[in-house]
Write a protein that binds this ligand. Sequence first.
Ligand SMILES: *[C@@H]1O[C@H](CO)[C@@H](O)[C@H](O)[C@H]1NC(C)=O
Ligand SMILES: *[C@@H]1O[C@H](CO)[C@@H](O)[C@H](O)[C@H]1NC(C)=O
Ligand SMILES: *[C@@H]1O[C@H](CO)[C@@H](O)[C@H](O)[C@H]1NC(C)=O
Ligand SMILES: *[C@@H]1O[C@H](CO)[C@@H](O)[C@H](O)[C@H]1NC(C)=O
Ligand SMILES: *[C@@H]1O[C@H](CO)[C@@H](O)[C@H](O)[C@H]1NC(C)=O
Ligand SMILES: *[C@@H]1O[C@H](CO)[C@@H](O)[C@H](O)[C@H]1NC(C)=O
Ligand SMILES: *[C@@H]1O[C@H](CO)[C@@H](O)[C@H](O)[C@H]1NC(C)=O
Ligand SMILES: *[C@@H]1O[C@H](CO)[C@@H](O)[C@H](O)[C@H]1NC(C)=O
Ligand SMILES: *[C@@H]1O[C@H](CO)[C@@H](O)[C@H](O)[C@H]1NC(C)=O
Ligand SMILES: *[C@@H]1O[C@H](CO)[C@@H](O)[C@H](O)[C@H]1NC(C)=O
Length: 879
Amino acid sequence: MWRNFIYLIPLLGTAVVADVTDSCPGYKVSHVQQTKGTITADLTLAGSPCNVYGTDIENLKLIVEYQTDSRLHVKIYDEDEKVYQIPASVLETPSGQPQSSSNQSDLIFSYSEAPFSFAVQRRSDSETLFNSSGSNLIFESQYVRLRTSLPLNPYLYGLGEDSDSFRLEVNNYKRTLWNTGQAYLPTNGPLYGSHPFYIEMRNGRAHGVFLSNSNGMDININQTSGTSQYLEYNTIGGVLDFYFLAGPAPADVARQYASVIGTPAQQSYWTYGFHQCKYGYQDIMMAAEVVYNYSQAGIPLETMWNDIDYMDLRRTWTVDPDRFPLEKVQEFVTYLHENQQHYIVMVDPPVSINDSTSYNNGVDAGVFIQYDNGTEFLAVMWPGAVSFVDYFHPNSQNYWSGQIGSFFSDSNGIGVDGIWIDMNEPANFCGYPCIDAVDLAIQMSNPPQPPAVRTSWDPLPGFPVDFQPPGASKFRRDSTAGNMTGFPDRDLLNPPYTIGHVQPLLSTGTIWGDLSLYGGYTAYDTHNLYASQMIAHTRQGLLDRRSNERPFIISRSTFAGDGRNGGHWTGDNASWWSHYLLSIFQHMEFASIFQMPMVGSDVCGFNDDTTETLCARWAMLGAWYPFYRNHADIGANFQEFYRWPLVTDVAKKAIATRFQLMDYFYTSFYQQTLDGSPTTITPLFFQYPEDPNTLEINYQFFYGPSILVSPVTVENATNATFYLPEDTFYDFWTAEKMPETGMDVYYDNVTYMDIPVHIRGGSILPLRTNADQVNTTTQLREQDFELIIALDDNGKAKGNLYLDDGISINSTSSFMEFTYNNGQLVVNGTFGYQTNVTLQSATIYGTNDTTSPIHSLNKALNSAWKAELSSSNSTVRSG
Ligand SMILES: *[C@@H]1O[C@H](CO)[C@@H](O)[C@H](O)[C@H]1NC(C)=O
Ligand SMILES: *[C@@H]1O[C@H](CO)[C@@H](O)[C@H](O)[C@H]1NC(C)=O
Ligand SMILES: *[C@@H]1O[C@H](CO)[C@@H](O)[C@H](O)[C@H]1NC(C)=O
Ligand SMILES: *[C@@H]1O[C@H](CO)[C@@H](O)[C@H](O)[C@H]1NC(C)=O
Ligand SMILES: *[C@@H]1O[C@H](CO)[C@@H](O)[C@H](O)[C@H]1NC(C)=O
Ligand SMILES: *[C@@H]1O[C@H](CO)[C@@H](O)[C@H](O)[C@H]1NC(C)=O
Ligand SMILES: *[C@@H]1O[C@H](CO)[C@@H](O)[C@H](O)[C@H]1NC(C)=O
Ligand SMILES: *[C@@H]1O[C@H](CO)[C@@H](O)[C@H](O)[C@H]1NC(C)=O
Ligand SMILES: *[C@@H]1O[C@H](CO)[C@@H](O)[C@H](O)[C@H]1NC(C)=O
Ligand SMILES: *[C@@H]1O[C@H](CO)[C@@H](O)[C@H](O)[C@H]1NC(C)=O
């Protein structure tokens, strides 16, 4: 959530004219040394310094590593190693130990000596993927510029977080990376996260470029006189640390990127259930009422969430004693757990200076950010004046784990099942210089008056006596030279090069850039990593609390690599049709490009009031999000699915379908955690890279590898036009084989209860039976399986099923591979997980031969489904 507030606007320096960089001399190359797998060289400033946005750094080093046949590492950094580099404690990317060589790798590095420039070419098709020769390298204390030329109108994807478009605009376009919380997800500005990674599609092939740099930056994509094209990095610090990934398939790029930033964390089975939240559930009774109402409506609610309402005066690590008394929250959590449901609350990063326990513990541990004179840096957030944890401090993990361990203690705290972290860009309501945070908080009425304490409510049959109306009961990295923590003598508040951030000063709305963090880092260089550190610390804190459970964390702000530790929701969207559509490409971006597949957008919209029909469409679309949560702002009307009969019906069907496919998706997600294979939410071009029609499809996606979802894209319409690539497809709902593909298809029958979904031929899907009969994923896990065998044109199909206990880190598991060919189903794999669930039947799509030999499937999983199909237990459906 966010709110608008007014900053003092200091006077800015005069604007810099566009071509000041023309006088920059570039660098010249010397002392080139080559081994089989590396090139190193010195780069020396080739003329008088231009000092346009800081001081030119005279001596640089170049290192090129042929790390694998498809991954090339190119790094340009200052000889003295003073310039800040992303610390390995936050993100460790591979360096050294090249396993390939210049005559073996699919990526060929070449360079020009004076002025220095470099190019990267793909050996197999001679395409030049990157070429910096169009302009001189500029490497200054507060500005680094590198430009690559590209083919005209390139197909670029990534460089988020953004709300602009899926395929990046090609002309006069600026993408600014500076983590910023902004309600309503405005276009053309920085959003919550920074992912300096793009994929380019060229002639059916893909490659990727990752710039491992956490400083604020503008990436300009532009054309000169409509004839030549470039992409230009303009960072306000850091070094040029590039990873070039050869592809050639988009899925290869995804795996290659995962090999650099890490693979996504595996999530518990229950996290794929349906979640409900709202800012404005004013007391624990109201949370209970929502749970009760979902149950009455017969809509399976897996997890109940509370926003900052639960806190005492908005202070994280406290509960409101009147509205959320601890004993009652504990009783509620016990009730939820007894009913196989879950509970999650929000945690904000700063600590209120008025919460003596948490605050004093932080002071004692020395973990709060201070000015250099030792005075603590105070900011303003929801609870008023706050201090921020310096997550670089060696005591910060103990402090954070201690907070989590005591406040969320399973024995005497609130036994939450996950943590939701917000405002971690991080946000500060007090603009620079924030003379008096305490006074400003009072002026801003932070914290606001809590709502009146409710004294009556309707009975909630089935809930503990405490939840009945009053009267019934009582209420209760390696370096040789410098240490890469930051170049000295910079203007860290008002850097000479102004990136496209939205505030008057770079630091406005967040932590001042000139504040020193532990180890000599500055907030200026590490701003975009604050959330990464909070996510990592929260993950460790949850592991310290429940050591064998996969931590579930949903974060607003993110940086490259955070999928290793958590998931993301796309923040404060609005109840607008355009944001229903926006969510589709945001998910494709996070899941398949940024390797953060546990992603979801607030279903029905967060800001503003939703409508019945928008919420109905969104309830259905959300069932195909990895993270499926309905959430609304405090100022918005209530929008739980049960509030409208139509949305109730839609939600029941949507959740039942999601449940049916739960293990299919759980398996797909698991596969992405292994090596980054993009098997969760993918754009069409990932699966059909050679079909140019797929390159601009923003509003259709694959859910797992085999299911194509084509939502209604026109508000209030009951029709859908969608593209089917040339392949075999079956309508998921009717099992009909699509008569024609490789074209747009029009459905005029898409009622609010419907969404066009197709199964790709050649797939075997494991479905849970009785998915519409269960209330929770725990019950779902007891249901047997049936298979859909959707044949391709050669009469073949294959698929997978991964099973484990759904929650433990060290769970035993089974991984099965189903192959269907010539009327025979073969199941092989590893069978380590014990279960009594069986495979009941198989349905074949795409065969007319109802007499084909179908062999028995009816065996327990643990005795291996190496079974053959048997006609008695199987059905054959003709296409
Ligand atoms: C694109 O180039 C034009 C012409 O040089 C320039 O006016 C414009 O500012 C550039 N846009 C960006 C985003 O760099
Ligand atoms: C699911 O909840 C409903 C009440 O909403 C209850 O009638 C039904 O028995 C429950 N089903 C199971 C399988 O527990
Ligand atoms: C320390 O520095 C801050 C920021 O410049 C200032 O506001 C504060 O008054 C200083 N504290 C002392 C004790 O001088
Ligand atoms: C880096 O060097 C500075 C200055 O010598 C020192 O204060 C800081 O602790 C060092 N940081 C690390 C991470 O070694
Ligand atoms: C769609 O229908 C809703 C009523 O459910 C209405 O409020 C909205 O304006 C309509 N939108 C359009 C684009 O017609
Ligand atoms: C789909 O429905 C919308 C809204 O009713 C309508 O404007 C549009 O023309 C329809 N599309 C087609 C292709 O008929
Ligand atoms: C919707 O219409 C399409 C095209 O006419 C048809 O193939 C499909 O079976 C229909 N779907 C349903 C659910 O009736
Ligand atoms: C997992 O670890 C727990 C202890 O945390 C142990 O009790 C259990 O046996 C282990 N399970 C497996 C399958 O290794
Ligand atoms: C199943 O068998 C095929 C070929 O026999 C093999 O390639 C594949 O790795 C096996 N799959 C598993 C999961 O063991
Ligand atoms: C399977 O069924 C047997 C017999 O009913 C029971 O003892 C065992 O606990 C069950 N195993 C699982 C994993 O549910």
